[in-house]
Design a protein around this ligand. Structure first.
Ligand code: ADP
Ligand code: MG
Length: 648
């Protein structure tokens, strides 16, 4: 219960007080324990970033105005209906104070207790701890990503007084004040006008912040694009118009960058900005940005992204996740439509059919903008793709309507290039295809080196056929679902029956040394009998050059699908693969001669087993490495023995 005494009553009242509208003067409340820890860190360790306190106060004032404006649409009972929606800064150089006032939604007594006495957001304390121990040069970035909130004011204040009068006319005005040390006071307030004012009484060493010039500089730096007037001495300090309302030709690059920084609290410039002004099928304007870095939150978490949605300049949602498909979730920015009825509740916005129309139009426009970036500035596009490709690719399978265009936007590394960071488009790949080539060939592996050493590649290297190299896990999933591009089908080179093998001139490169057909068939049969059900079949290979054998996938079960299944289900053992044997390899030729003379030789059996294990090893599929190691050691011992016997 709220204490009614003017005496200290720390401990009991902390955080849990309930407001019953008692008009007691000067109740003392203790801060929640965590809160005090937070304050201590903020006050004692963040000296160089002190100026951001003003950004935080202005942004709270702006939020309060946004919420008020939204409420006014549906709620008739609002105090001071005609009051101007603005933020007023009043500096007092002599008294060393600055007051930030707004005509926003205000706070009730209970809200004061809940919002200014406790830490609402989980993780805040951890964040601030991290912040205080971070390298000062990185602190600004961290603060930018998080926002430190109301309490940052205690970096500069020796005392803070908040007077607030709620928009709800039945609720009285309250005053909250604190020196940031352990407790705060609550008392009835004299304020009669709707909204909140925060009076900051500066510490000695923080006097600079009551200088109008310094204040203006800070407002321009951090709060220029606040969507309400920020006034000082009857002069507006921030930019007049919302940037997205202006036409593209009126806004320069620097203004976009500033707006991006304002919006995201990022300290770096965006990688790219997009400004749209669309009239049909839905009217909307949008300014969207690609941040310089793809954050892990955007990549992995199902929240923590979204665009700001405005309806005729009234903010409806701060993080709307319904405006763009998931695979474009990395965009930040603002969308403003005049077609959305203002009297819908926030919850209903999502279900408004207009929003579906808007988002599909927006996705199409954004993709078009990316296409034009790829054309006009391929270098910047490549930078974009390296960061965001893995997210954008999700759309290839999830958005059939845009699949073709997303495939055009995709970039691949390939056997054509010496370096891993060189990329090609599918279109360029197709234009380099050999005459008569029917397949877009690709192979998936963990790295360029691993792919290049895989025996599957030998045939294609020798015949100068380009293979796309895929490195992401999702690639498996995507490629398996694709049918064709520019009339060419997609084919993983570890499939058993590729058109590529039937191409004219594409013979196995060393077939003159191949075993005669009859002898070859004997070896294949021997391998099949020895390996049994562990292989689907044993065939002569057209693809191998330097390796004796490799495993390929039956056509109805491409390897990438199997890899995918294994990722989803650890117990998935896969289906038996086809063993392809290189008829020209010395090992196979030797096996053939041993088979002719000593068909029951234990060595022959060991060789067969080891050939299969070697193939499984390359594919990353070996299940019992101990058995294999034992066998290799036995083979090595005998090889050494033979060498000793022959006396060389
Ligand atoms: P955040 O703004 O991220 O929620 P803050 O610490 O900045 O965190 O503010 C805490 C809460 O205090 C706000 O969410 C809001 O409910 C309340 N608040 C702060 N300033 C104002 C204000 N000027 N008008 C109304 N409510 C405010
Ligand atoms: Mg805030």
């Amino acid at each position: 219960m709220a204490k009614q005494s003017t005496k200290k009553s720390a401990g009991k009242a902390s955080g849990k007080s309930t407001a019953k509208g008692q008009q007691a003067a000067g109740e003392v409340h203790a801060f929640q324990a965590e809160m005090q820890q937070l304050l201590n860190i903020i006050i004692h360790s963040l000296y160089s970033e002190r100026e951001i306190f003003l950004r935080e106060l202005i942004s709270n004032a702006s939020d309060a105005l946004n919420r008020l404006r939204f409420n006014m649409i549906t709620d008739a009972k609002v105090r001071d209906k005609d009051a101007a929606l603005e933020i007023v800064l009043a500096a007092d150089t002599e008294g060393k104070t600055l007051t930030v006032s707004d005509s926003g939604i205000g706070m009730t007594q209970q809200e004061l207790i809940d919002h200014l006495g406790t830490i609402a957001k989980s993780g805040t304390l951890d964040f601030v701890k991290e912040l205080s121990s971070a390298d000062p040069s990185q602190r600004m970035d961290l603060i930018g990503q998080f926002g430190v909130g109301f309490y940052s004011v205690f970096m500069v204040a020796k005392r803070v007084v908040v007077d607030t009068c709620p928009a709800d006319p039945s609720q009285p005005a309250w005053q909250w004040s604190s020196e940031g040390a352990g407790e705060y006071q609550l008392a009835p307030s004299q304020r009669t006008a709707r909204g909140t004012s925060v009076r900051v009484e500066f510490k000695e060493e923080c006097e600079e912040f009551c200088s109008p010039a310094r204040i203006e500089q800070i407002v321009k730096k951090y709060s220029n694009f606040v969507p309400h007037p920020v006034m000082m001495e009857d002069r507006r300090l921030n930019a007049q118009d919302a940037i997205w309302i202006q036409s593209k030709s009126e806004v320069n690059e620097e203004q976009y960058q500033e707006f991006y920084k304002f919006l995201t609290h990022d300290f770096e410039n965006p990688l790219h900005s997009i400004h749209l002004s669309i009239d049909a099928p839905v009217q909307y304007r949008a300014v969207l940005f690609i941040p310089p870095q793809l954050s892990n939150e955007v990549l992995y978490s199902p929240t923590g992204f979204g665009l700001q949605l405005y309806a005729a300049k009234v903010m409806i949602q701060n993080e709307s996740q319904d405006l763009l498909p998931l695979y474009l979730r990395f965009f930040r920015g603002v969308v403003d439509t005049e077609d959305l009825p203002l009297n819908v509740s926030r919850e209903m916005v999502q279900r408004n059919p207009l929003l579906a129309k808007l988002s599909s139009s927006l996705a199409g426009r954004v993709i078009r903008e990316l296409q034009s970036l790829a054309k006009t500035d391929p270098e910047r596009y490549a930078t974009f793709w390296k960061q965001y490709g893995k997210v954008l690719k999700e759309g290839i399978t999830s958005d059939p309507a845009n699949q073709e265009r997303l495939l055009e936007l995709a970039r691949f590394n390939s056997s054509q290039f010496p370096a891993e960071d060189e990329l090609t488009t599918l279109h360029d790949y197709v234009s380099r295809m050999r005459d008569g080539q029917k397949e877009i060939l690709y192979f998936n592996g963990p790295s360029r080196e691993a792919i290049e050493r895989n025996p599957h590649l030998e045939f294609f290297k020798k015949n100068g056929m380009e293979v796309l190299y895929l490195y992401d896990h999702v690639d498996n999933f995507i490629m398996a679902q694709l049918h064709e591009f520019e009339g060419k089908v997609f084919a993983s080179i570890d499939q058993s029956n590729l058109e590529a093998f039937k191409e004219e001139g594409a013979t196995p490169p060393n077939h003159e040394q191949a075993l005669p057909e009859e002898e070859l068939q004997e070896v294949l049969k021997y391998l099949q009998d020895t390996l049994g059900e562990r292989v689907a079949s044993v065939n002569a290979s057209k693809r191998l050059v330097d390796s004796p054998a490799c495993l390929v996938n039956p056509d109805d079960m491409p390897g990438n699908v199997q890899k995918m299944m294994r990722m989803l289900d650890k117990n998935y053992t896969g289906i038996a693969k086809i063993l392809e044997v290189n008829p020209a390899h010395p090992l196979i030729r030797h096996m053939s001669s041993i088979h002719k003379s000593h068909r029951d030789s234990p060595l022959l059996k060991e060789l067969a087993e080891q050939i299969l294990d070697n193939c499984l090893l390359v594919e990353g599929l070996i299940e019992r490495p101990e058995q294999m190691v034992e066998r290799i050691q036995s083979l090595m011992t005998r090889a050494a023995e033979n060498q000793t016997k022959s006396g060389t």
